[in-house]
Design a protein around this ligand. Structure first.
Ligand SMILES: Cc1cc2nc3c(=O)[nH]c(=O)nc-3n(C[C@H](O)[C@H](O)[C@H](O)COP(=O)(O)OP(=O)(O)OC[C@H]3O[C@@H](n4cnc5c(N)ncnc54)[C@H](O)[C@@H]3O)c2cc1C
Length: 574
């Protein structure tokens, strides 16, 4: 390597020795590099500096020997430049070699078994997807526990939906336990004291059952959007809560099977950003796009609710939800503001088309005549005035225990029931209360095993309330939307059962309102209704028909079992 310098005249011997010394040292360092990977990297950097210095020396030589014959100078310059070039190439090769080694290292099996890397500094204790009913309440509850909470919502403007407008007393109580009862104030909400069920226009009043202190509890009706905005304001004001308006992608960030964060696109941008959290809660509602990632169950659409807003409607019974039963699926009516009343018309199977006007024709021709007389004018006007009638699917999704490390599904994303009994928000707020209490003892949410243990406990402990609300909603809907003769016997029997009053209404309404949390009481009343329906069938039939009634009573009892037992079974599963 040093031959050109030694053979050619030009630099003095001392200068030549210096140059040769540089080259020798460089080559020695290069030889030492393999096998010492981290060192080697540092050496290549130093080498880079040396090569630069070497070039300076060469150019200094050229300048210094400018008076010498031209040829040797050129050869020296050329020789040293080539040498410098060779060293640079060598250095590049070395770098590639190191990169290659480094790349291979990540893929080695021993390293795959490493525990997940520590979370980056810019991370949260909890990331909640969806600032709806569950998301806001949970953000407030966990923020108050001193945890850093990130709440992600795709649209922070006031929602305009036909869902979540009647909060049962059991939900009102849970809201108070979360310190959020104020959210029902200043939104023109209306108190609700129970139901009136109308069977072919014969009414029966079902007030909420008295509590131990002798008082009748109160539910509340409101505009969903206004309530949500109040909940969001509470979340914004809560300590440790950061709200970001962004749509979360369904591809969560995972590390060795653990969910460690979310990818989202902030509103008004196209760039995807990442947030990291010890626990990610998917509270993104009935159309959750994260559900499929965590559970295998899919929601079953039972029917659709078509929603109308009646203005200044004359209610048959003030401050009560009205349930209208006839030969079709039920209609539910309740006041949501001083001047506004919601009517939800249930339609089973394929609904009539909006586009060709069949839906309006159906509403005017088939539904309107079955409505209480005092409601008919406002109902007719609402149909005629509405450009398009909004609808929502009524779905059934039994609960599933959360078993994905780092991820939890909550609210409609995890569990849904028919909204006829207005139980969704009551379940949601009670779930938040239970989860808050269970996580109270968990100091570090990245302790995945402990969190998973708590989630299992959550799944089983919520059942007393939620299974009651879920099964009741599904069973009552089957009876109220009776579409076969045996179900019609049960429907009539159920109405007559309510007419008996006393515990025949106090217990069922206590279960429905989320106050009475005893599944056994539900099963007892359900089968009491089945036997009472059979008894009514005999009572109202001529003795000549009794032999047929005996045969029919088996069919009715079998139908009752088919209505309730599958729901009880799914609620027992994990
Ligand atoms: C027709 C109908 C009527 C109902 N009526 C009642 C009633 O009267 N009383 C009652 O108690 N229950 C009722 N329910 C049920 C109730 O509405 C739900 O149980 C409740 O709203 C569930 O709350 P949630 O927080 O799970 O979902 P939601 O309240 O739906 O909240 C989900 C939130 O997530 C956001 N989101 C979704 N995807 C993303 C994403 N990718 N990124 C960021 N944000 C996202 C949404 O914008 C939304 O704000 C009704 C349901 C239906 C279908």
């Amino acid at each position: 390597m040093c031959c050109p310098l030694r053979l050619l005249p030009g630099p003095s011997q001392a200068e030549q020795r210096t140059l040769i010394g540089w080259q020798l040292r460089l080559s020695r360092k290069l030889e030492r590099v393999p096998g010492r990977r981290p060192q080697a990297f540092r050496w290549t950097l130093r080498l880079h500096k040396l090569v630069k210095l070497r070039r300076l020396v060469v150019w200094a030589q050229a300048f210094f020997f400018i008076s010498a014959p031209e040829l040797p100078i050129l050869v020296i310059v050329l020789g040293d430049s080539l040498l410098a070039l060779a060293l640079i190439l060598l250095y590049q090769l070395l770098l590639n070699f190191i990169n290659l080694r480094h790349f291979n290292m990540v893929g080695t099996p021993e390293l795959r078994d490493l525990p997940p890397p520590p979370l980056p500094k810019r991370s949260f204790d909890v990331a909640i997807i969806g600032a709806g009913i569950v998301g806001n309440a949970l953000a407030v509850a966990l923020g108050n526990q001193g945890r850093s909470v990130l709440l992600l919502e795709r649209d922070l403007s006031e929602p305009n939906r036909i869902v979540g407008e009647l909060l049962q007393p059991g939900g009102v109580r849970a809201l108070a336990q979360l310190g959020l009862q104020d959210c029902m104030d200043e939104i023109d909400s209306v108190p609700n004291y129970g139901y009136q069920v109308r069977y072919h226009n014969k009414p029966v009043q079902i007030p909420y059952a008295r509590e131990e202190n002798g008082k009748r509890p109160e539910g509340r009706c409101f505009h969903h959007g206004r309530f949500i905005q109040r909940l969001r304001a509470a979340a914004k004001a809560a300590p440790n809560v950061t709200i970001v308006e962004a749509t979360v992608s369904k591809d969560l960030i995972r590390n060795a099977g653990h969910v460690v964060g979310v990818r989202c696109t902030p509103r008004g941008t196209k760039d995807e950003i990442c947030y990291f959290a010890s626990l990610t809660v998917a509270a993104d509602g009935c159309k959750s796009n994260l559900r499929a990632d965590a559970i295998s169950r899919t929601p079953e659409v039972k029917s659709h609710f078509f929603g109308l807003e009646l203005i200044d409607a004359k209610m048959p019974l003030k401050n009560h939800g009205i349930v209208i039963l006839c030969n079709r699926a039920p209609v539910l009516v309740y006041q949501i503001g001083t001047h506004e009343t919601r009517a939800l018309v249930d339609i089973r199977g394929k609904p009539p088309s909006q586009a060709d006007g069949s839906l309006k024709a159906y509403m005017l021709g088939a539904v309107l005549p079955t409505m209480p007389e005092e409601l008919q004018p406002s109902f007719r006007k609402a149909i005629e005035d509405s450009k398009s009638i909004r609808s929502m699917p009524n779905q059934w999704l039994p609960p599933t225990a959360n078993r994905t490390p780092g991820l939890m599904l909550l609210g409609d994303a995890m569990n849904m029931r028919h909204p006829l009994t207005g139980g969704g928000m009551t379940v949601a707020f009670n779930d938040v209360v239970l989860l808050r209490d269970l996580l109270e003892g968990v100091s570090d949410l990245s302790d995945t095993d402990l969190v998973l243990e708590k989630m299992e406990e959550f799944h089983w402990r919520r059942r007393n309330l939620t299974s009651v609300i879920n099964i009741l909603a599904q069973a009552l809907y089957a009876l109220f939307a009776a579409d076969d003769p045996n179900l019609k016997v049960l429907q009539r029997g159920c109405f007559n059962y309510f007419q008996r009053g006393g515990i025949c209404i106090d217990h069922p309404v206590g279960l429905l309102s989320g106050v009475l949390r005893k599944p056994l009481v539900l099963y007892t009343h359900f089968f009491a209704v089945a036997f009472y329906s059979i008894w009514i069938m005999f009572k109202t039939s001529s003795p000549l028909l009794w032999p047929m009634c005996i045969f029919r009573s088996f069919a009715v009892f079998y139908t009752a079992c088919v209505v309730i037992l599958p729901y009880i079974a799914t609620e027992q599963q994990s």
